[in-house]
Design a protein around this ligand. Structure first.
Ligand SMILES: Cc1cc2nc3c(=O)[nH]c(=O)nc-3n(C[C@H](O)[C@H](O)[C@H](O)COP(=O)(O)O)c2cc1C
Length: 353
């Protein structure tokens, strides 16, 4: 059994330099998150779900637009929708923007998405799910992956019927988050289903759900035979968990934490604009500074400050040496001129998977 997390593998012909994948998370997986994920050891990163409906209805309320940087590759862009033609069109846009993989969301449990026939509800309509995969795979040269839940109802095993059919329809890889849509994020991910799925298909399977440490990553790889593990919530404000999973368990210094947070803030302002970033970033203060890294009242103080400039100043006051770490991080960023802006693909404001 190969448990080497840095081993390369192939997703439909795309070389993935490592068996750790950063999860798509709506409201989290902005460009700064994906870039950081790559720097800390993820072999593949994924955008949060982007709405295919948004292509046709430009007035949809959105958070902002996807931006793809030269340092993100390999990158999967995730689309969600329920209309084969619209999905195909989105796939062509994703390809034109330079993504390496088109990922399809068949896992989102949020009502606003499932009631439109998209996300996890597709697991209840395998014929239509296959039509969507076929439409997307026919529209693009890129490999197509599908991310799904175990099924809609608790204890469902529907993923084991649908998964092989999606592969037949053209999916080059499957990611399984083995919770039901009804479960949302309660209970635990049942990776015995992941092992069963691996035995049923001859494409790579990525295991998603409750991977929070190197020990857990290795045990999921060993017991499922999956090609890679995906990490989501554990990496929120915590890229160091990716480093730990890849075998380097150094704790970050306060300067490192503050520098990464400030870089994250600045990049997010660039992507979402000042006003949207201000609200968006609030949840990240607790995520970065939690885990006993700074006392709780400090985090509460940050959330109450009236501007991002003041948050930044307060952070540097608490860790002056962070300025030097930040300078180094900034000097390593690629030239923004090499970026592609996908202004036709809006980032969803309601998501999940
Ligand atoms: C805030 C949040 C947003 C999410 N958004 C998406 C999404 O846009 N697309 C998707 O496929 N999964 C989404 N997920 C599911 C994750 O990708 C992942 O499968 C799930 O969180 C289980 O992994 P974890 O235990 O490592 O967090 C989201 C999860 C969370 C917590």
């Amino acid at each position: 059994m190969n448990l080497d997390l840095s081993a390369h593998w192939s997703l439909g012909g795309v070389d993935i330099p490592g068996r750790l994948v950063l999860a798509p998370m709506a409201g989290v997986s902005v460009q700064a998150f994906r870039r950081q994920g790559r720097r800390y050891g993820a072999g593949l990163v994924c955008s949060e779900m982007v709405s295919v409906a948004g292509i046709q209805h430009r007035n949809e309320r959105t958070l902002g637009y996807l931006r793809v940087g030269a340092d993100e590759h390999p990158l999967a862009i995730q689309i969600f929708g329920s209309e084969p033609e619209a999905m195909a069109e989105a796939a062509r846009m994703v390809e034109a923007a330079g993504a390496d993989i088109v990922d399809m969301n068949f896992g989102c449990p949020v009502k606003k998405v499932t009631k439109t026939g998209a996300g996890a509800s597709l697991l209840d309509d395998p014929d239509h799910a296959c039509r969507l995969v076929d439409a997307v795979a026919s529209a693009t040269e890129l490999p197509v992956s599908v991310k799904m839940r175990r099924g809609v109802e608790n204890s469902s095993r529907v993923c084991l019927d649908v998964g092989p059919r999606l592969v037949e329809a053209g999916a080059s890889s499957l990611t399984l988050h083995p919770r039901s849509a009804k479960q949302m994020y309660t209970g635990t991910a049942d990776h015995s289903l992941t092992a069963e799925l691996v035995s049923l298909v001859d494409v790579p399977v990525i295991a998603s759900g409750d991977v929070t440490s190197r020990a857990r990553a290795q045990s999921v790889l060993a017991t499922t035979g999956a090609s890679a593990v995906m990490v989501g919530r554990a990496a929120q404000g915590n890229p160091w968990v990716l480093r730990e999973i890849m075998g380097d368990d150094r704790e970050p210094s306060r300067e490192e934490v503050v520098a990464e947070l400030v870089l994250f803030m600045r990049e997010t302002v660039r992507e979402l604009g000042d006003q949207r970033a201000f609200g968006f970033l609030k949840k990240f203060y607790g995520w970065y500074l939690g885990r006993g890294r700074v006392p709780r009242p400090f985090k509460q103080e940050l959330v109450q400050l009236p501007s991002l400039d003041e948050v930044e100043a307060r952070l540097f006051e608490a860790a002056p040496g962070a300025r030097f770490v930040l300078e180094r991080l900034l000097s390593e960023l690629p030239d923004p001129a090499d970026e592609v802006l996908l202004d036709s693909l809006p980032i969803s404001i309601y998501g999940g998977g």
